[in-house]
Design a protein around this ligand. Sequence first.
Ligand SMILES: Cc1cc2nc3c(=O)[nH]c(=O)nc-3n(C[C@H](O)[C@H](O)[C@H](O)COP(=O)(O)OP(=O)(O)OC[C@H]3O[C@@H](n4cnc5c(N)ncnc54)[C@H](O)[C@@H]3O)c2cc1C
Length: 535
Amino acid sequence: VAPVTRRRKHWGWGFTDEQPSEAALRGSAAAFAAVLGFGETEPEAAVPLERCTLPAPRLHPPAVLRDCCDGSDHARARHAYGSSYRDVVRGFRGRFDNPPDVVAKPRAEAELERVLEWAIGSGAAVIPYGGGTSVVGGVEPIVDRARFEGVVTIDLCRLDRVLEVDEVSQTARIEAGASGPSLEYQLREHRLTLRHYPQSYTQATLGGMIATRAAGHYATRLTHIDELVQSVRAITPAGAWRSLAAPASGAGVSPDRMLLGSEGTLGLITEAWVRVRPRPSFAAETAVRFPDFLSGAAGMREIVQSGLGPTQCRLLDPGEARLTGAGDGSSAVLMLGFESWAHNVKARLALALECCAGHGGVSDPVESRARKDADSEVGRWRESFIRAPYLRDLLVAMGVIAETFETATTWQRFASLHRSVSEATSAAIDAVCGVGLLSCRITHVYPDGPALYWTVLAPGTRGGELAQWDAIKRAAADAVIAGGAPITHHHAVGRDHRPWYDRERPDPFAAALRAAKAAVDPSGALNPGVLIDPA
Ligand SMILES: Cc1cc2nc3c(=O)[nH]c(=O)nc-3n(C[C@H](O)[C@H](O)[C@H](O)COP(=O)(O)OP(=O)(O)OC[C@H]3O[C@@H](n4cnc5c(N)ncnc54)[C@H](O)[C@@H]3O)c2cc1C
Protein backbone atom coordinates (compact mmCIF):
# COMPACT_ATOMS: atom_id res chain seq x y z
CA VAL A 1 0.00 0.00 0.00
CA ALA A 2 1.51 3.35 -1.00
CA PRO A 3 2.18 5.51 2.10
CA VAL A 4 -0.06 8.30 0.78
CA THR A 5 -3.15 6.07 1.09
CA ARG A 6 -2.36 5.00 4.68
CA ARG A 7 -2.88 7.20 7.70
CA ARG A 8 0.25 8.07 9.66
CA LYS A 9 -0.08 8.12 13.44
CA HIS A 10 -0.66 11.69 14.64
CA TRP A 11 2.28 11.10 17.00
CA GLY A 12 5.22 8.71 16.86
CA TRP A 13 6.43 6.35 14.20
CA GLY A 14 4.60 4.58 11.40
CA PHE A 15 0.97 4.15 10.45
CA THR A 16 -2.16 3.85 12.58
CA ASP A 17 -2.63 0.25 11.42
CA GLU A 18 0.80 -0.63 12.88
CA GLN A 19 0.02 0.45 16.46
CA PRO A 20 0.17 -2.66 18.69
CA SER A 21 -2.75 -3.61 20.93
CA GLU A 22 -2.73 -2.63 24.62
CA ALA A 23 -2.05 -6.23 25.64
CA ALA A 24 0.90 -6.47 23.27
CA LEU A 25 2.25 -3.16 24.57
CA ARG A 26 1.98 -4.36 28.17
CA GLY A 27 3.82 -7.59 27.35
CA SER A 28 6.61 -5.74 25.55
CA ALA A 29 6.88 -3.17 28.36
CA ALA A 30 7.44 -5.91 30.95
CA ALA A 31 10.08 -7.55 28.76
CA PHE A 32 11.96 -4.30 28.12
CA ALA A 33 11.79 -3.14 31.72
CA ALA A 34 13.45 -6.43 32.69
CA VAL A 35 16.28 -5.88 30.18
CA LEU A 36 16.79 -2.20 31.07
CA GLY A 37 16.32 -2.43 34.79
CA PHE A 38 13.92 0.55 34.69
CA GLY A 39 10.80 1.76 32.89
CA GLU A 40 7.18 1.42 33.88
CA THR A 41 5.52 -1.88 33.06
CA GLU A 42 2.08 -0.24 32.83
CA PRO A 43 2.44 1.84 29.64
CA GLU A 44 0.73 5.22 29.52
CA ALA A 45 -1.75 5.72 26.65
CA ALA A 46 -1.27 8.42 24.03
CA VAL A 47 -3.78 11.29 24.10
CA PRO A 48 -6.21 10.58 21.24
CA LEU A 49 -6.43 13.26 18.59
CA GLU A 50 -10.10 13.97 19.43
CA ARG A 51 -8.97 15.14 22.88
CA CYS A 52 -6.26 17.48 21.55
CA THR A 53 -6.97 21.18 21.14
CA LEU A 54 -5.16 22.85 18.30
CA PRO A 55 -4.96 26.65 17.97
CA ALA A 56 -7.33 27.98 15.29
CA PRO A 57 -5.68 28.38 11.89
CA ARG A 58 -4.62 31.91 11.01
CA LEU A 59 -4.64 31.30 7.23
CA HIS A 60 -7.01 29.72 4.74
CA PRO A 61 -6.10 28.70 1.20
CA PRO A 62 -7.88 30.31 -1.76
CA ALA A 63 -10.53 28.27 -3.57
CA VAL A 64 -8.20 27.31 -6.44
CA LEU A 65 -5.79 25.62 -4.04
CA ARG A 66 -8.31 24.06 -1.67
CA ASP A 67 -8.12 20.69 -3.44
CA CYS A 68 -4.48 20.20 -2.56
CA CYS A 69 -4.63 21.73 0.93
CA ASP A 70 -5.62 20.07 4.16
CA GLY A 71 -6.57 22.01 7.28
CA SER A 72 -7.77 18.97 9.27
CA ASP A 73 -6.62 18.42 12.83
CA HIS A 74 -4.92 15.20 11.77
CA ALA A 75 -2.90 16.88 9.02
CA ARG A 76 -1.97 19.85 11.21
CA ALA A 77 -1.00 17.65 14.18
CA ARG A 78 0.95 15.22 11.99
CA HIS A 79 2.95 18.11 10.50
CA ALA A 80 3.52 19.92 13.80
CA TYR A 81 6.59 17.86 14.63
CA GLY A 82 9.32 15.70 13.20
CA SER A 83 10.38 12.44 14.84
CA SER A 84 12.81 13.26 17.65
CA TYR A 85 12.26 12.07 21.22
CA ARG A 86 11.07 15.61 22.12
CA ASP A 87 8.60 15.45 19.22
CA VAL A 88 7.24 12.03 20.11
CA VAL A 89 6.71 12.98 23.78
CA ARG A 90 4.85 16.18 22.92
CA GLY A 91 2.65 14.45 20.34
CA PHE A 92 2.02 11.54 22.73
CA ARG A 93 0.85 13.97 25.43
CA GLY A 94 -1.39 15.83 22.95
CA ARG A 95 0.63 19.08 23.07
CA PHE A 96 0.32 20.83 19.71
CA ASP A 97 1.18 24.47 20.41
CA ASN A 98 2.51 25.39 16.96
CA PRO A 99 0.86 23.35 14.22
CA PRO A 100 1.00 24.72 10.67
CA ASP A 101 -2.09 26.66 9.65
CA VAL A 102 -2.35 24.86 6.33
CA VAL A 103 -0.80 21.65 5.01
CA ALA A 104 -0.47 21.64 1.22
CA LYS A 105 0.19 18.45 -0.73
CA PRO A 106 0.73 19.61 -4.31
CA ARG A 107 0.24 17.03 -7.06
CA ALA A 108 2.68 18.56 -9.52
CA GLU A 109 5.52 21.03 -9.56
CA ALA A 110 3.30 23.70 -11.17
CA GLU A 111 0.83 23.35 -8.30
CA LEU A 112 3.68 23.59 -5.80
CA GLU A 113 4.73 26.86 -7.43
CA ARG A 114 1.17 28.22 -7.08
CA VAL A 115 1.06 27.22 -3.40
CA LEU A 116 4.43 28.86 -2.78
CA GLU A 117 3.35 32.05 -4.54
CA TRP A 118 0.12 32.23 -2.52
CA ALA A 119 1.88 31.47 0.77
CA ILE A 120 4.58 34.09 0.31
CA GLY A 121 2.06 36.61 -1.02
CA SER A 122 0.02 36.04 2.16
CA GLY A 123 3.02 36.75 4.37
CA ALA A 124 3.28 33.14 5.55
CA ALA A 125 6.38 31.17 6.48
CA VAL A 126 6.81 28.02 4.38
CA ILE A 127 8.09 24.72 5.71
CA PRO A 128 9.20 22.10 3.17
CA TYR A 129 8.23 18.65 4.48
CA GLY A 130 9.34 15.25 3.20
CA GLY A 131 8.73 12.29 5.50
CA GLY A 132 8.80 14.29 8.74
CA THR A 133 11.58 12.11 10.16
CA SER A 134 13.73 15.09 11.16
CA VAL A 135 15.19 14.62 14.63
CA VAL A 136 16.41 18.21 14.98
CA GLY A 137 13.27 20.34 14.78
CA GLY A 138 13.71 20.76 11.02
CA VAL A 139 9.98 20.77 10.23
CA GLU A 140 8.57 22.24 13.44
CA PRO A 141 6.64 25.42 12.66
CA ILE A 142 8.16 27.64 15.32
CA VAL A 143 8.34 30.99 13.59
CA ASP A 144 8.18 34.62 14.64
CA ARG A 145 4.42 35.17 14.84
CA ALA A 146 4.83 38.94 14.63
CA ARG A 147 6.75 38.65 11.38
CA PHE A 148 4.70 35.95 9.62
CA GLU A 149 0.94 35.83 9.11
CA GLY A 150 0.92 32.06 9.51
CA VAL A 151 2.66 28.86 8.44
CA VAL A 152 2.10 26.77 5.33
CA THR A 153 3.77 23.37 5.39
CA ILE A 154 4.34 21.99 1.90
CA ASP A 155 4.40 18.20 2.04
CA LEU A 156 5.91 16.66 -1.10
CA CYS A 157 4.45 13.18 -0.60
CA ARG A 158 2.44 13.31 -3.83
CA LEU A 159 5.52 13.96 -5.95
CA ASP A 160 6.73 10.41 -5.60
CA ARG A 161 7.44 9.02 -9.05
CA VAL A 162 10.55 7.72 -10.72
CA LEU A 163 10.32 9.87 -13.85
CA GLU A 164 13.14 8.54 -16.03
CA VAL A 165 15.74 5.83 -15.88
CA ASP A 166 18.96 5.97 -17.91
CA GLU A 167 19.98 2.32 -17.76
CA VAL A 168 23.13 2.94 -19.80
CA SER A 169 24.51 5.56 -17.42
CA GLN A 170 22.85 3.97 -14.39
CA THR A 171 21.07 7.11 -13.28
CA ALA A 172 17.42 7.89 -12.51
CA ARG A 173 15.35 11.07 -12.28
CA ILE A 174 13.19 10.77 -9.18
CA GLU A 175 10.67 13.14 -7.62
CA ALA A 176 11.63 14.47 -4.21
CA GLY A 177 8.62 13.14 -2.29
CA ALA A 178 9.36 9.48 -3.06
CA SER A 179 9.97 7.57 0.15
CA GLY A 180 12.71 4.93 0.37
CA PRO A 181 10.37 1.96 -0.25
CA SER A 182 8.45 3.77 -3.00
CA LEU A 183 11.51 4.67 -5.05
CA GLU A 184 13.06 1.23 -4.56
CA TYR A 185 9.80 -0.40 -5.66
CA GLN A 186 9.75 1.66 -8.85
CA LEU A 187 13.43 1.06 -9.60
CA ARG A 188 12.98 -2.69 -9.16
CA GLU A 189 11.30 -3.10 -12.54
CA HIS A 190 14.57 -1.87 -14.06
CA ARG A 191 16.51 -4.26 -11.80
CA LEU A 192 18.22 -1.21 -10.30
CA THR A 193 18.49 0.19 -6.80
CA LEU A 194 19.56 3.40 -5.05
CA ARG A 195 20.63 1.34 -2.04
CA HIS A 196 20.59 4.22 0.37
CA TYR A 197 19.06 2.99 3.60
CA PRO A 198 19.08 5.40 6.53
CA GLN A 199 17.40 3.84 9.56
CA SER A 200 14.40 6.09 8.81
CA TYR A 201 14.26 4.71 5.25
CA THR A 202 10.61 3.58 5.39
CA GLN A 203 9.36 7.15 5.93
CA ALA A 204 12.16 9.46 4.77
CA THR A 205 11.98 10.90 1.24
CA LEU A 206 14.60 11.53 -1.40
CA GLY A 207 14.13 15.31 -1.07
CA GLY A 208 14.46 15.18 2.71
CA MET A 209 17.59 13.03 2.46
CA ILE A 210 19.16 15.50 0.03
CA ALA A 211 18.11 18.50 2.12
CA THR A 212 19.74 16.94 5.21
CA ARG A 213 22.70 15.14 3.57
CA ALA A 214 21.50 11.87 5.00
CA ALA A 215 23.83 8.95 5.64
CA GLY A 216 22.67 5.50 4.60
CA HIS A 217 23.69 1.96 5.47
CA TYR A 218 26.91 2.10 3.41
CA ALA A 219 29.47 2.44 6.17
CA THR A 220 32.21 3.49 3.76
CA ARG A 221 32.58 5.29 0.42
CA LEU A 222 28.91 5.86 -0.59
CA THR A 223 27.96 6.91 2.94
CA HIS A 224 26.19 10.21 2.32
CA ILE A 225 23.45 10.81 -0.24
CA ASP A 226 25.85 13.47 -1.61
CA GLU A 227 27.77 10.71 -3.39
CA LEU A 228 24.61 9.43 -5.07
CA VAL A 229 23.27 12.76 -6.30
CA GLN A 230 24.09 13.82 -9.85
CA SER A 231 21.91 16.93 -10.08
CA VAL A 232 19.08 18.61 -8.18
CA ARG A 233 16.07 20.68 -9.17
CA ALA A 234 14.43 23.06 -6.68
CA ILE A 235 11.75 25.71 -6.79
CA THR A 236 12.73 28.90 -5.00
CA PRO A 237 10.68 32.07 -4.58
CA ALA A 238 13.03 33.57 -7.20
CA GLY A 239 12.45 30.77 -9.73
CA ALA A 240 13.67 27.27 -10.59
CA TRP A 241 17.19 26.19 -9.61
CA ARG A 242 18.51 23.24 -11.57
CA SER A 243 22.02 21.92 -11.81
CA LEU A 244 23.40 20.20 -14.88
CA ALA A 245 23.02 16.41 -14.94
CA ALA A 246 26.60 15.35 -15.63
CA PRO A 247 28.88 12.85 -13.91
CA ALA A 248 31.18 15.67 -12.81
CA SER A 249 31.75 19.35 -13.33
CA GLY A 250 34.67 21.50 -12.26
CA ALA A 251 32.81 24.70 -12.97
CA GLY A 252 32.99 26.78 -9.82
CA VAL A 253 30.94 26.37 -6.65
CA SER A 254 28.55 23.49 -7.30
CA PRO A 255 24.84 24.42 -7.47
CA ASP A 256 23.68 20.92 -6.49
CA ARG A 257 26.16 20.78 -3.59
CA MET A 258 24.68 24.02 -2.31
CA LEU A 259 21.22 22.48 -2.15
CA LEU A 260 22.61 19.40 -0.38
CA GLY A 261 22.15 20.20 3.30
CA SER A 262 20.10 23.35 2.64
CA GLU A 263 17.39 22.01 5.00
CA GLY A 264 14.52 23.74 3.24
CA THR A 265 16.01 27.23 3.60
CA LEU A 266 16.86 27.91 -0.06
CA GLY A 267 14.12 26.18 -2.01
CA LEU A 268 11.83 23.19 -2.31
CA ILE A 269 13.69 20.32 -3.93
CA THR A 270 11.27 18.78 -6.43
CA GLU A 271 13.42 16.15 -8.14
CA ALA A 272 16.95 14.87 -8.57
CA TRP A 273 19.01 12.73 -10.89
CA VAL A 274 20.63 10.08 -8.73
CA ARG A 275 23.18 7.34 -9.32
CA VAL A 276 21.65 3.86 -9.20
CA ARG A 277 23.16 0.41 -9.59
CA PRO A 278 22.16 -3.19 -10.20
CA ARG A 279 20.96 -5.06 -7.15
CA PRO A 280 23.84 -6.90 -5.46
CA SER A 281 24.14 -10.57 -6.27
CA PHE A 282 27.18 -11.28 -4.11
CA ALA A 283 27.28 -10.60 -0.39
CA ALA A 284 29.27 -11.92 2.52
CA GLU A 285 29.02 -10.80 6.11
CA THR A 286 29.87 -11.82 9.62
CA ALA A 287 30.12 -10.55 13.17
CA VAL A 288 33.54 -10.03 14.78
CA ARG A 289 33.93 -9.92 18.57
CA PHE A 290 36.64 -7.71 20.11
CA PRO A 291 37.76 -7.56 23.74
CA ASP A 292 36.69 -3.89 23.90
CA PHE A 293 35.48 -0.91 21.87
CA LEU A 294 38.91 0.65 21.30
CA SER A 295 40.50 -2.52 19.91
CA GLY A 296 37.47 -2.94 17.62
CA ALA A 297 37.94 0.64 16.41
CA ALA A 298 41.62 -0.10 15.72
CA GLY A 299 40.55 -3.07 13.57
CA MET A 300 38.10 -0.84 11.69
CA ARG A 301 40.75 1.77 11.09
CA GLU A 302 43.06 -0.82 9.57
CA ILE A 303 40.26 -2.08 7.30
CA VAL A 304 39.25 1.33 6.03
CA GLN A 305 42.80 2.64 5.65
CA SER A 306 43.72 -0.47 3.65
CA GLY A 307 41.19 0.67 1.02
CA LEU A 308 38.94 -2.37 1.36
CA GLY A 309 35.66 -0.40 1.51
CA PRO A 310 33.17 -2.73 3.24
CA THR A 311 29.48 -1.95 2.78
CA GLN A 312 28.69 -2.78 6.37
CA CYS A 313 31.20 -1.87 9.07
CA ARG A 314 29.46 -0.95 12.32
CA LEU A 315 31.05 -1.41 15.72
CA LEU A 316 28.80 -1.78 18.77
CA ASP A 317 30.23 -1.29 22.25
CA PRO A 318 29.45 -4.15 24.68
CA GLY A 319 26.39 -2.39 26.14
CA GLU A 320 24.87 -1.71 22.73
CA ALA A 321 25.64 -5.26 21.60
CA ARG A 322 23.68 -6.56 24.60
CA LEU A 323 20.72 -4.25 24.05
CA THR A 324 20.41 -5.12 20.36
CA GLY A 325 20.85 -8.86 20.86
CA ALA A 326 24.10 -8.86 18.86
CA GLY A 327 26.16 -9.93 21.87
CA ASP A 328 26.03 -10.81 25.55
CA GLY A 329 27.62 -7.58 26.79
CA SER A 330 31.07 -9.04 27.36
CA SER A 331 32.65 -7.83 24.11
CA ALA A 332 32.39 -5.20 21.40
CA VAL A 333 30.87 -6.54 18.18
CA LEU A 334 31.69 -5.44 14.64
CA MET A 335 29.10 -6.04 11.91
CA LEU A 336 31.21 -6.52 8.82
CA GLY A 337 29.93 -7.12 5.30
CA PHE A 338 30.76 -6.66 1.64
CA GLU A 339 28.45 -6.70 -1.36
CA SER A 340 28.77 -6.42 -5.13
CA TRP A 341 26.61 -7.03 -8.16
CA ALA A 342 29.65 -7.94 -10.26
CA HIS A 343 32.07 -10.13 -8.37
CA ASN A 344 32.48 -12.42 -5.40
CA VAL A 345 33.42 -10.54 -2.24
CA LYS A 346 34.50 -13.36 0.05
CA ALA A 347 38.20 -12.68 -0.59
CA ARG A 348 37.76 -9.05 0.50
CA LEU A 349 35.95 -10.14 3.65
CA ALA A 350 38.79 -12.57 4.39
CA LEU A 351 41.33 -9.71 4.09
CA ALA A 352 39.22 -7.53 6.39
CA LEU A 353 39.07 -10.36 8.94
CA GLU A 354 42.87 -10.51 8.89
CA CYS A 355 42.90 -6.80 9.82
CA CYS A 356 40.55 -7.60 12.72
CA ALA A 357 42.56 -10.60 13.94
CA GLY A 358 45.57 -8.36 14.45
CA HIS A 359 43.55 -6.44 17.08
CA GLY A 360 42.05 -9.43 18.86
CA GLY A 361 38.95 -9.75 16.65
CA VAL A 362 37.37 -13.21 16.54
CA SER A 363 34.78 -13.85 13.86
CA ASP A 364 31.80 -16.12 13.33
CA PRO A 365 31.56 -18.25 10.19
CA VAL A 366 30.93 -16.09 7.12
CA GLU A 367 27.26 -15.87 6.14
CA SER A 368 25.70 -15.30 2.79
CA ARG A 369 23.14 -12.49 3.03
CA ALA A 370 20.46 -14.67 1.43
CA ARG A 371 20.06 -16.57 4.71
CA LYS A 372 19.01 -13.50 6.70
CA ASP A 373 19.52 -15.73 9.66
CA ALA A 374 17.42 -14.50 12.59
CA ASP A 375 19.59 -16.58 14.91
CA SER A 376 22.84 -14.94 13.92
CA GLU A 377 24.34 -11.83 15.56
CA VAL A 378 24.14 -10.02 12.23
CA GLY A 379 20.50 -11.04 11.73
CA ARG A 380 19.47 -10.06 15.25
CA TRP A 381 21.24 -6.71 14.99
CA ARG A 382 19.61 -5.96 11.60
CA GLU A 383 16.16 -6.78 12.99
CA SER A 384 16.73 -4.58 16.03
CA PHE A 385 17.98 -1.73 13.77
CA ILE A 386 14.79 -1.85 11.67
CA ARG A 387 12.47 -2.06 14.70
CA ALA A 388 14.17 0.69 16.72
CA PRO A 389 11.87 3.56 15.65
CA TYR A 390 8.79 1.55 16.70
CA LEU A 391 10.45 0.61 19.96
CA ARG A 392 10.92 4.25 20.85
CA ASP A 393 7.15 4.82 20.90
CA LEU A 394 6.88 2.03 23.45
CA LEU A 395 9.72 3.44 25.55
CA VAL A 396 7.99 6.83 25.63
CA ALA A 397 4.82 5.11 26.90
CA MET A 398 6.99 3.43 29.57
CA GLY A 399 8.33 6.84 30.70
CA VAL A 400 11.83 6.04 29.41
CA ILE A 401 13.97 8.79 27.93
CA ALA A 402 15.25 7.33 24.65
CA GLU A 403 17.31 9.39 22.25
CA THR A 404 20.51 9.37 20.24
CA PHE A 405 23.17 11.89 19.22
CA GLU A 406 26.13 11.65 16.89
CA THR A 407 29.27 13.27 15.55
CA ALA A 408 32.50 12.44 13.72
CA THR A 409 36.15 12.90 14.56
CA THR A 410 39.65 12.03 13.41
CA TRP A 411 41.35 8.78 14.45
CA GLN A 412 43.89 10.90 16.30
CA ARG A 413 41.21 12.45 18.53
CA PHE A 414 38.80 9.51 18.58
CA ALA A 415 39.69 7.89 21.93
CA SER A 416 39.78 11.14 23.87
CA LEU A 417 36.53 12.42 22.32
CA HIS A 418 34.80 9.12 22.99
CA ARG A 419 35.90 9.31 26.64
CA SER A 420 35.10 12.99 27.25
CA VAL A 421 31.65 12.88 25.62
CA SER A 422 30.75 9.60 27.32
CA GLU A 423 31.85 10.93 30.72
CA ALA A 424 29.99 14.24 30.36
CA THR A 425 26.83 12.51 29.17
CA SER A 426 26.92 9.81 31.85
CA ALA A 427 27.40 12.48 34.53
CA ALA A 428 24.37 14.38 33.21
CA ILE A 429 22.27 11.18 33.14
CA ASP A 430 23.23 10.43 36.75
CA ALA A 431 22.50 14.01 37.82
CA VAL A 432 19.04 14.28 36.28
CA CYS A 433 17.80 10.67 36.24
CA GLY A 434 19.81 8.89 38.95
CA VAL A 435 20.45 5.89 36.72
CA GLY A 436 20.48 5.14 33.01
CA LEU A 437 22.32 3.50 30.17
CA LEU A 438 24.67 5.09 27.67
CA SER A 439 25.98 3.07 24.76
CA CYS A 440 27.96 3.94 21.67
CA ARG A 441 28.49 2.58 18.19
CA ILE A 442 30.57 3.59 15.21
CA THR A 443 28.08 3.92 12.39
CA HIS A 444 30.22 5.08 9.48
CA VAL A 445 33.92 5.01 8.98
CA TYR A 446 36.35 7.01 6.87
CA PRO A 447 40.08 6.61 6.27
CA ASP A 448 40.64 9.68 8.48
CA GLY A 449 38.18 8.91 11.27
CA PRO A 450 34.91 7.40 12.52
CA ALA A 451 31.35 8.68 13.05
CA LEU A 452 30.29 8.08 16.67
CA TYR A 453 26.66 7.51 17.64
CA TRP A 454 25.49 7.38 21.25
CA THR A 455 22.18 6.06 22.58
CA VAL A 456 20.74 7.32 25.89
CA LEU A 457 18.15 5.29 27.82
CA ALA A 458 17.10 6.54 31.24
CA PRO A 459 14.05 6.58 33.49
CA GLY A 460 12.19 9.86 33.06
CA THR A 461 9.88 11.62 35.47
CA ARG A 462 6.41 11.79 33.97
CA GLY A 463 5.86 15.35 32.78
CA GLY A 464 9.48 16.32 33.44
CA GLU A 465 11.23 14.15 30.87
CA LEU A 466 11.72 16.87 28.28
CA ALA A 467 13.59 19.09 30.74
CA GLN A 468 15.64 16.03 31.77
CA TRP A 469 16.50 15.19 28.17
CA ASP A 470 17.35 18.83 27.38
CA ALA A 471 19.87 18.85 30.24
CA ILE A 472 21.47 15.60 29.03
CA LYS A 473 21.57 16.80 25.43
CA ARG A 474 23.13 20.12 26.45
CA ALA A 475 25.92 18.36 28.34
CA ALA A 476 26.55 15.96 25.45
CA ALA A 477 26.52 18.65 22.75
CA ASP A 478 28.79 20.94 24.79
CA ALA A 479 31.27 18.07 25.18
CA VAL A 480 31.13 17.30 21.44
CA ILE A 481 31.90 20.92 20.52
CA ALA A 482 34.57 21.21 23.23
CA GLY A 483 36.25 18.16 21.69
CA GLY A 484 36.51 19.95 18.33
CA ALA A 485 33.91 17.72 16.64
CA PRO A 486 30.87 18.76 14.56
CA ILE A 487 27.45 18.97 16.22
CA THR A 488 26.16 16.35 13.81
CA HIS A 489 27.44 13.72 11.39
CA HIS A 490 24.12 13.08 9.64
CA HIS A 491 21.18 14.29 11.75
CA ALA A 492 21.37 17.85 10.30
CA VAL A 493 21.04 21.18 12.14
CA GLY A 494 17.36 22.11 12.11
CA ARG A 495 16.30 24.38 14.95
CA ASP A 496 17.53 22.18 17.79
CA HIS A 497 21.24 22.21 16.89
CA ARG A 498 21.42 25.93 16.14
CA PRO A 499 23.21 27.01 19.37
CA TRP A 500 26.11 24.63 18.67
CA TYR A 501 26.09 24.98 14.87
CA ASP A 502 26.40 28.76 15.26
CA ARG A 503 29.59 28.19 17.25
CA GLU A 504 30.92 25.65 14.77
CA ARG A 505 30.51 27.35 11.37
CA PRO A 506 32.75 30.24 10.30
CA ASP A 507 31.12 33.69 10.50
CA PRO A 508 32.03 34.68 6.89
CA PHE A 509 30.37 31.46 5.73
CA ALA A 510 27.21 32.32 7.70
CA ALA A 511 27.21 35.75 6.04
CA ALA A 512 27.60 34.15 2.60
CA LEU A 513 24.76 31.74 3.29
CA ARG A 514 22.55 34.56 4.54
CA ALA A 515 23.26 36.55 1.36
CA ALA A 516 22.52 33.52 -0.83
CA LYS A 517 19.24 33.04 0.99
CA ALA A 518 18.34 36.70 0.57
CA ALA A 519 18.88 36.33 -3.19
CA VAL A 520 16.52 33.38 -3.64
CA ASP A 521 14.15 33.97 -0.71
CA PRO A 522 13.98 37.75 -0.23
CA SER A 523 11.18 37.63 2.36
CA GLY A 524 13.01 34.96 4.39
CA ALA A 525 9.90 32.78 4.32
CA LEU A 526 11.57 29.40 3.75
CA ASN A 527 12.01 27.46 6.98
CA PRO A 528 12.98 30.47 9.13
CA GLY A 529 15.12 29.60 12.14
CA VAL A 530 16.78 26.62 10.48
CA LEU A 531 20.56 26.88 9.75
CA ILE A 532 20.66 30.70 9.82
CA ASP A 533 18.45 33.60 10.71
CA PRO A 534 17.30 35.46 7.61
CA ALA A 535 18.79 38.93 7.12
C1 LIG B 1 14.29 6.57 13.76
C2 LIG B 1 15.11 7.50 12.93
C3 LIG B 1 16.26 7.02 12.33
C4 LIG B 1 17.04 7.88 11.56
N1 LIG B 1 18.13 7.37 10.93
C5 LIG B 1 18.86 8.17 10.12
C6 LIG B 1 19.98 7.63 9.41
O1 LIG B 1 20.29 6.44 9.48
N2 LIG B 1 20.68 8.48 8.63
C7 LIG B 1 20.34 9.80 8.49
O2 LIG B 1 21.00 10.52 7.76
N3 LIG B 1 19.29 10.32 9.18
C8 LIG B 1 18.55 9.55 9.95
N4 LIG B 1 17.46 10.07 10.63
C9 LIG B 1 17.12 11.50 10.44
C10 LIG B 1 16.16 11.75 9.24
O3 LIG B 1 15.50 10.57 8.89
C11 LIG B 1 16.90 12.30 8.04
O4 LIG B 1 17.32 13.61 8.32
C12 LIG B 1 16.10 12.27 6.73
O5 LIG B 1 16.98 12.52 5.67
C13 LIG B 1 14.96 13.26 6.68
O6 LIG B 1 14.15 12.97 5.54
P1 LIG B 1 12.61 13.36 5.51
O7 LIG B 1 12.11 13.12 4.13
O8 LIG B 1 11.87 12.72 6.58
O9 LIG B 1 12.70 14.94 5.74
P2 LIG B 1 11.87 15.83 6.77
O10 LIG B 1 12.03 15.33 8.14
O11 LIG B 1 10.50 16.02 6.28
O12 LIG B 1 12.67 17.20 6.62
C14 LIG B 1 14.00 17.32 7.06
C15 LIG B 1 14.55 18.68 6.62
O13 LIG B 1 14.63 18.74 5.20
C16 LIG B 1 13.76 19.73 4.68
N5 LIG B 1 13.11 19.15 3.49
C17 LIG B 1 12.41 18.00 3.42
N6 LIG B 1 12.02 17.77 2.16
C18 LIG B 1 12.48 18.80 1.42
C19 LIG B 1 12.41 19.15 0.05
N7 LIG B 1 11.79 18.37 -0.84
N8 LIG B 1 13.00 20.30 -0.36
C20 LIG B 1 13.63 21.10 0.51
N9 LIG B 1 13.74 20.82 1.82
C21 LIG B 1 13.18 19.69 2.27
C22 LIG B 1 12.80 20.08 5.78
O14 LIG B 1 12.34 21.40 5.69
C23 LIG B 1 13.65 19.84 7.02
O15 LIG B 1 14.46 20.96 7.28
C24 LIG B 1 16.67 9.25 11.41
C25 LIG B 1 15.50 9.70 12.01
C26 LIG B 1 14.72 8.83 12.76
C27 LIG B 1 13.47 9.34 13.38
